[in-house]
Design a protein around this ligand. Structure first.
Ligand SMILES: [Zn+2]
Length: 73
């Protein structure tokens, strides 16, 4: 397959779920200056994580967030 998606487009167009084509909800947050984006399909209860434009696994995402949030003074 040669799917050339638009890469690095600032406008957050809603993505469609791979499984059910339902519109996915995207939540964007910033972790250590990088964009961390969570996309979730409410039908399939599927979540996808993207860090700085590339897809990452959930444990990796949690590590990033936990590292950031877990800091205490
Ligand atoms: Zn879905």
């Amino acid at each position: 397959m040669s799917g050339t998606d638009q890469s690095g487009v600032p406008g957050t167009a809603p993505r469609r779920c791979d499984r059910c084509s339902h519109e996915m909800v995207a939540i964007r947050m910033t972790v250590d200056g990088n964009d961390l984006i969570m996309e979730s399909c409410q039908r399939c209860d599927v979540r996808r994580w993207h860090l700085a434009g590339r897809e990452i696994e959930l444990p990796e995402a949690l590590a990033q967030v936990g590292e950031h949030v877990g800091r205490r003074r």
